[in-house]
Design a protein around this ligand. Sequence first.
Ligand code: ATP
Ligand code: MG
Length: 439
Amino acid sequence: MRLSRYFLPVLKETPAEAQIVSHRLMLRAGMLRQEAAGIYAWLPLGFRVLRKIEQIVREEMDRAGAVELLMPTLQLADLWRESGRYEDYGAEMLRITDRHERELLYGPTNEEMITEIFRAYVRSYKALPKNLYHIQWKFRDEQRPRFGVMRGREFLMKDAYSFDLDEAGAKAAYNRMFVAYLRCFKRMGLSAIPMKAESGPIGGELSHEFIVLAQTGESGVFLDRRILDLPIPGEDVDYDGDLEPVVTDWTSRYYAATEDVHDAARFAETPEAEQVTARGIEVGQTFFFGDKYSKPMKAVVSGPDGVERPVQMGSYGVGISRLLGAIIEASHDEAGIIWPDAVAPFGVGVISLRPGDAAVDRVCESAYAALTAAGLEPLYDDTDERPGGKFAAMDLIGLPWQLIIGPRGLAEGNVELKRRASGERQSLPLDKALAAITG
Ligand SMILES: Nc1ncnc2c1ncn2[C@@H]1O[C@H](COP(=O)(O)OP(=O)(O)OP(=O)(O)O)[C@@H](O)[C@H]1O
Ligand SMILES: [Mg+2]
């Protein structure tokens, strides 16, 4: 992408309304624009990162055997009356009436709708297990939308729903999602710790919140530092195998809990040197809730014995849009964002220090073409802005590499290569620089 043709409205001043660093940086880097409280337009740079995060989550869901579909944002109130949640959900639910006076709502989550879809088609245990997911906008009329994408009213969520004949099957489904979550967050450069949780309005018996440590997090957390070093299964993890040992390792070996369920006496058993009291951001949550929805909504399957019973369900959410904020909270410096390679909006910024200079233009164009061909998605700053402004903007938007090309370096046959995360710079010929970037 050529910057001269792109839309990157970088702000020089720090917006006064932003209280935390990720919100400030997203506004300054031209990623996001607030259209109403907790409702944002995703500007091109922010949208690219959102899509990358979404794609990682999609790949890990697919790998774990979940199947993608897409449910609508609007749902019928009557569906929620079946589960009894229509009244319970309260003021967080945005209720809408259409021209025929039919009551609708903008979905805050989809347990009811997926149960309705399931019961319409599935009657026999032979179709199980199933896990269906979608990545769709949600609306929750939060009392205090704040911190930008961290607590929006409209936000993008991945929500998966598992269906099994019995509790043992449902626990295996839960374990698959648990492992997929460990993998997802790691791929984004995050260390997200599963912590035992209360299940809130979703309901149920078994639940974990996946928490990224950050000073600005909304939840207080307590953990044994050693949990951060537990291994995470690789790409070759066998989702048909028994994942219970992995889940047991992560859930029972070391203490980790949010303040809502914290047990001070148990925490005290952790060696003092390993005790961490911190704050964290919830980026995902897993629930097993059995027949909480299938029973009232009559989603039943017949077992091998021919007897019908309510299907055993779980649900699994990831806050896709919240993750942008969480990643920035975990990875930035005074100059701006430092994107982990896997979610960076562009892989490398090519900075021309003198557009119009024939030699500089020629080398920039050839670098741009080579990087594009290598799949690195370069952003080429071909504008007339002063070099100081270009460097500041590149640091702010946080691309992993910067390739700086100017007449002085070229006179010696060199370009400059900078790694954003370490700040390390080196002068070297273009082919060596390209080799370093493409690895
Ligand atoms: N208002 C919001 N803005 C952005 N992301 C959200 C919001 N509410 C929930 N999420 C994300 O969606 C995921 C799944 O939703 P879930 O129902 O577990 O949320 P929740 O527990 O109500 O979240 P919270 O406790 O932060 O309000 C959460 O783990 C979080 O990452
Ligand atoms: Mg939650």
